[in-house]
Design a protein around this ligand. Structure first.
Ligand SMILES: Cc1cc2nc3c(=O)[nH]c(=O)nc-3n(C[C@H](O)[C@H](O)[C@H](O)COP(=O)(O)OP(=O)(O)OC[C@H]3O[C@@H](n4cnc5c(N)ncnc54)[C@H](O)[C@@H]3O)c2cc1C
Length: 421
């Protein structure tokens, strides 16, 4: 009987296991996890902190014992596993070493949390894991926080800003970048979002870096690169993630910013696959590989890897950068890469709504929609279909749906074909 290992049991690891069992694979599977928790959804951590979701809700696939019965696998003692790709072996946290026929690396990413000046660790928070969420929820429960600095104008950062504001905590929101969502939003879109945030009492400190920080009079003093200062009770760092690839012995597997994979989720080492946030798969908009740290991407890559480990021949065509985010009564949707060349065109610009896109060769290669949320699924569908090179004939029904939900006629025509009226 073949022997497989899955290292990391989040969305990608879980779906790989589910995928390989779904095609009838009876290999012996051993799962390496950092904690004894069942697979969880990092996206839900902020909902748990807010109190919109109970603790069990963080684990959408159920309890570990139940999963073991359903998917027939064993778990090694929790802790960081270490992979020797050359020898096809893994050292578990208890020091035991096992060899495998095939392995999946699904170790995800970790929040990047550098020290903030001289602040002690108990004043610095982040948001990725269940324990990050439990820790933030606990301090919020003590009412010790009156004013908080959120560093990182990211999708995670805005969720933290929202939950703190809902609790009546004054928020200072900062980033080295000049604008919010620097990799997903055009500057013009960012400016509209920032106006909405300022209108809700959030203090924006963009375009500056935290240069120093220390404790003073029971609070945290923060210094920025322009010489300005803020006094807060805590700092939440949301400045991004780093792929969790430190578990692989150096120089064995091709790693760029993440583990490089092909469309079958194969790495540069035969028998070793990778999926999810730790890997760099195909980005359809640039015809190359890139990190795409998104849940659905991890699910599809995991399932593809699992089926291929089982001996199937399945390819995953790839994805594009995208975000669909709701915060503080605003809906921001972005598809594609804002830095791609093309003609930039604004389609809607009124009091509440904004739509801008990059047009290249008569097609939409990137789009930002603000408060035009109802269209997001259909817009993404059309962009992906185009990028997957499917011939997409004009679809009158879809056109009607998009127009009815408020997407401008000209943008609709660029997406689905047909008349520009
Ligand atoms: C606050 C927040 C909001 C988000 N919002 C969205 C959103 O709106 N939409 C969206 O699409 N995505 C969102 N994401 C991203 C999404 O959660 C991830 O893309 C997805 O969870 C990636 O799944 P994964 O399985 O690749 O990695 P992970 O979920 O990171 O799982 C990897 C697992 O591997 C384990 N591991 C790591 N190293 C080792 C080792 N050496 N040995 C054993 N185990 C190891 C880790 O402990 C972890 O459990 C959000 C993330 C966060 C944190």
């Amino acid at each position: 009987m073949e022997r497989f290992a899955i290292v990391g049991f989040g969305a990608a690891g879980y779906h790989a296991l589910k995928g390989l069992r779904a095609v009838g694979c009876d290999a012996r599977v051993e799962v390496y996890t950092e904690t004894d928790l069942p697979p969880y959804n990092p996206m839900l951590t902020t909902y748990y902190v807010k109190g919109r979701l109970d603790y069990e809700g963080l684990f959408p696939f159920g309890e570990m014992e139940q999963l073991k019965k359903e998917l027939d696998f064993t778990c090694l003692p929790p802790g960081r596993a270490a992979v020797d790709a050359g020898a096809m072996t893994i050292r578990a946290a208890d020091g035991t070493v096992r060899s495998y026929d095939k392995m999946l690396l699904a170790t995800g990413a970790r929040a990047f949390v550098p020290p903030v000046g001289k602040l002690p660790e108990n004043r610095v928070y982040s948001m990725r894991t269940v324990s990050d969420a439990v820790r933030l929820k606990r301090i919020l429960g003590t009412d010790a926080l009156r004013r908080v600095l959120v560093v990182g104008a990211s999708m995670v950062g805005i969720k933290i800003v929202e939950l703190l504001t809902e609790r009546g905590i004054q928020v200072v929101f900062s980033d080295l970048a000049e604008h919010i969502f620097p990799t997903a939003a055009y500057e013009t879109t960012s400016e509209r979002i920032e106006a909405g945030l300022t209108g809700r009492g959030i203090l924006l400190r963009f375009g500056k870096k935290v240069t120093d920080a220390w404790e003073e009079n029971g609070r945290a003093e923060i210094c920025f690169s322009d010489g300005s200062r803020e006094t807060v009770d805590a700092v939440v760092e949301c400045i991004g993630t780093r792929t969790a690839v430190d578990c692989i012995l150096a120089g064995q597997v091709e790693i760029d910013r993440g583990i490089v994979v092909d469309d079958h989720m194969r790495t540069s080492v035969p028998g070793i696959y990778a999926a999810g946030d730790c890997c760099q798969g195909r980005d359809l908009s640039i015809e190359s590989t890139r990190l795409i740290g998104l849940w659905a991407n991890a699910v599809c890559q995991g399932e593809t890897a699992g089926k291929n480990m089982a001996g199937e021949d399945i390819s995953y065509p790839g994805n594009i950068l995208h975000n669909i985010t709701h915060f503080m009564d605003m809906d921001f949707v972005s598809f594609g890469d804002i830095s791609l060349p093309g003609e930039r065109r604004v389609f809607v610009d009124d009091k509440d709504r904004y739509a801008e896109a990059t047009i290249s060769e008569g097609r939409v290669s990137c789009v930002n929609l603000l408060n035009l949320f109802k269209n997001s699924g259909a817009v993404k569908n059309y962009m992906l279909r185009r990028l997957y090179r499917h011939d997409t004939p004009p679809d009158p029904q879809m056109r009607a749906v998009l127009l009815k939900s408020g997407l401008p006629a000209e943008l609709t025509a660029l997406l689905v074909g047909g008349e520009k009226r």
